[in-house]
Unconditional design. Sequence first.
Length: 322
Amino acid sequence: LAMFAAKDRLEALEAIGRNELRQRIESTVYDVLTSYYLTVQLNKGLLVQREGLRISRERLAIIEAGQRIGTASGLAAVQARLDLSADSAALLDLMQQHAIAGTRLNTLLGRPPEDPITVGAEIPATEEMELAAVLEKARGGNTVLQQARYEQLLADVTVRELKGALFPRIDVFGNYGYTRSTSAVGFLQSNTAIGPDYGLRVSVPLFRGLQANRAVEVAKVTREMADIATDQALLQLEKQVLDAWTAYTTARDRVALETDNLRGIRTQVDIALETYRLGSITAIELREVQNGLIAAENRLLLAQYEAKRAELELKWLAGELL
């Protein structure tokens, strides 16, 4: 009994090792993909900020042209330069974030940090997913839950192995021998022996019984703790799936909302800039429209990134990231 239990224990340890390796690979893949999409988001953010900077430059050019013909005040020019400076500083901050994200992505990919990184132009749309299917796959394929189950199996096998040590042990032995001996004196000058030798050996653990029983009781407690840990791992997994699902659906709704909003805002910016050129709106009104565009673009980019990250997390929890 102990021999078979020992074999099962080694198989459980092998399964635990393979599962730990898969966990590390999944974690690395998740980090790489989220870093990649963050870099894409920041790349798009740079384009948005540069567009805002272009509007600020055009606004300053309009004011300076108005100053030359006496239709714009010096105060308006000062404010336009301040806004242009603020937009330039925001662009520099974003460029720094983009550089840091690219360096981290290179490091995760095992590339030199200073190598240039090329990413896609857009964050792909999220896949259609169903909560019930994700939960079902997570209960069967999540590596953290699998690890708890393997630990539970190992604890059970350990109990069986220790119990097996309490039973009598039977060893079978056998051999085949040939011997020849000679003597120079005496009546028996030579002797030859040939043939098999076999038998059974029985060993009974009489003196280690108390120690073995104590080890079995400790192993049973460990098994009960492993059972509880498995139940807790399942509950924690279901919570993580529900949290990620909430983030996934919320981000998708925000993507749809911000996409609709941007269609009107982009048209409004073009109209506002031309209206400002004609003097029909103030610089403050133009700035509000400009800031509204940048904020809406950034909200859309953030929602797209969060939706993709939540999708990746759901796949990770379901064991389908690889």
